[in-house]
Write a protein that binds this ligand. Structure first.
Ligand code: DHE
Length: 515
């Protein structure tokens, strides 16, 4: 309400003749919440990188009518329809130059919670490792659930538009969540309090925790960088400007922890390289080039870096993103968006070794793996085709494809469950969830608990006894199923619960869950 009053008063001060210019419209109505530079303030950044998902008339509708569950009011009483169209087009134009987002600027955004007091022990009776963090994107909160009783232990506000999974310190005590506007929030699950937040990027993709829990990496689209923070005090440890061997800079699609390798692996959107950044202080030197040494009359290998944050480039034939890793983290499968193929990269030798025919936009990041008839397989949904691909990860052959009721987004299982759960996220059947037998690869049950409402994303408790499913609506819910009988046992109202994450499954890198 306060913001609405401010923008109305600014409008009153603005000469009517000037109101038609989109930049002036922006300054008049939007800057107070979204920043003079469009990089966000109380409201999100209004730049093409952040508005990718509000295409065409969708953005105009938000300007005209506002956004439910947010403080964004509708402006159709103040701005004409033609001016709204111009304003929306203006917001979709790139910024004239890449914003500087260096260590000083990032550190300057730090907000420490003055009420936070670090406790000596958990301040609740739940099993601290069988806790779920539920991200509710409907009204920008997380709920913390006891994984045995399913009581809601706490509900905390988050930055706007949280994306990707929260990441946990190895002891499960602290969790970090990230918003698409680059805000990273640290939460103490012992006291259920926010500790601090800071803006590590302008437009960010996801975060990854180092093996020892000391560092958190933030993958950024804007600027083209990887920010590495200390998890202790959120200070900036290192910023990598992401520039390829040929001098071209790149967005970072995602960053992943590779625990067995003690490193971060980076998927790069715009250049044919994968980066590996060591999180081991004693990492071996990384050789990235050779020079002819006149004095010694020989070719010498040049170590570009060694130790903590040593950076290695792996060259690939075309940019790859959305990685699935084999459980030993020796191989990854990446999706080549231009050519409908999956590329298998051996991370030890640093090159592509196999190709997979994967059409229909495989969502490899949601892939999971299990033992099937004596061999290890992985399965992935496809965002544009109604199928799941099952791939043998010994010989890299597509074993089979399971037809589904529509394209899916997420899959889950658990070591103690005989089933894989796979949602249908797009199309008329987005209200169903398939349950698939891991040994026959047959769909054994299709759940449709609330016809017409989107059902998505599953996570098991630490023992694999219950599966939690999201009713992905603003007035949604978490549906808790007995993982053996497949019967619903409890329902908790939630505001668009986009994902839920079990501390134990995450910190142990359970095969059935995302990492
Ligand atoms: Fe996500 C995870 C990329 C759109 C909800 N998504 C991820 C991850 C990546 C990714 C790289 C892994 C991050 C991690 O957890 O560390 N997502 C992308 C895209 O490229 C894509 C297709 C386009 C985009 O706009 O970025 C995309 N994602 C979406 C959505 O539209 C979803 C459904 C709604 C939303 O909130 O934006 C969505 N993505 C999620 C969720 C996860 C996720 C809930 C965490 C899954 C998990 O279980 O770990």
């Amino acid at each position: 309400m306060i913001r609405r009053i401010i923008s109305l008063s600014l409008l009153a001060l603005t000469p009517l003749s000037a109101q038609g210019e989109p930049a002036v419209l922006y300054a008049t109505h939007c800057a107070v919440c979204h920043g003079d530079d469009r990089l966000g303030s109380l409201g999100p950044a209004l730049i093409p990188e952040s508005l990718r998902r509000l295409k065409g008339e969708m953005l105009e509708a938000v300007i005209a009518k506002g956004r439910i569950s947010t403080q964004m009011p509708g402006f159709d009483a103040q701005i004409s329809a033609a001016d709204i169209t111009e304003l929306a087009a203006y917001l979709h134009t790139p910024l004239p130059e890449m914003p500087v987002w260096d260590a000083d600027r990032i550190s300057g955004t730090l907000e420490v919670n003055p009420d936070y007091v670090a406790p000596d022990a958990p301040q609740h009776d739940a099993d601290p490792l069988n806790i779920f963090v539920v991200v509710e994107t409907g009204d920008h909160h997380i709920s913390v659930l006891d994984g045995d009783t399913f009581d809601v232990l706490a509900r905390l506000p988050t930055p706007l538009a949280v994306h990707g999974g929260p990441k946990f310190t190895p002891d499960g005590r602290f969790t970090f969540v990230m918003s698409r506007d680059g805000w990273v929030q640290k939460i103490d699950l012992w006291s259920m309090q926010e500790v601090a937040r800071l803006r590590a990027g302008v437009n960010s993709r996801n975060i990854a925790m180092s093996k020892d829990g000391k560092y958190l990496a933030v993958a950024n689209y804007l600027p083209h960088s990887l920010t590495i923070l200390s998890t202790a005090d959120m200070s900036v440890e290192r910023i990598f400007d992401v520039v390829g061997k040929d001098g071209e800079s790149s967005r970072v699609s995602a960053v992943y922890q590779a625990p067995q390798r003690d490193s971060f692996i980076l998927a790069l959107k715009d250049i044919p390289e994968i980066w590996e950044v060591a999180t081991d202080p004693n990492a071996d030197p990384v050789y990235e080039g050779f020079v002819h040494s006149r004095e010694k009359g020989m070719v010498e290998a040049i170590a570009s870096s060694e130790g903590l944050f040593a950076r290695r480039r792996i060259e690939v034939t075309e940019p790859l993103d959305d990685f699935f890793f084999t459980p030993d983290y020796r191989f990854l499968i990446g999706a080549a968006r231009e050519s409908d193929r999956g590329a298998v990269v051996n991370l030890n030798v640093g090159r592509e070794t196999h190709e997979l025919p994967l059409s229909g936009l495989p969502h490899l990041g949601s892939g999971i793996s299990w033992e099937y008839q004596g061999r290890r397989v992985m399965a992935t949904p496809h965002l544009r085709e109604a199928k799941l691909s099952v791939i043998d990860i010994q010989n890299w052959e597509v074993l089979t494809q399971i037809d589904t009721d529509g394209p899916g987004f997420f899959m889950r299982s658990h070591e103690n469950s005989p089933y894989v759960w796979a949602d249908v996220f797009f199309g008329p059947n987005r209200d169903v969830m398939h349950v698939i037998d891991k040994q026959t690869l047959e769909i054994v049950k299709t759940l449709r608990p609330v016809p017409g409402k989107t059902l998505a994303h599953v996570e098991f408790d630490r023992e694999g006894r219950h599966a939690l499913v999201s009713l992905w609506e603003d007035d949604g819910a978490i549906l808790i199923y007995d993982a053996q009988t497949l019967e619903e046992v409890k329902r908790l109202p939630m505001s668009k619960p986009s994902g839920k994450y079990n501390v134990f499954n995450k910190i142990t890198f359970s095969d059935g869950t995302s990492h």
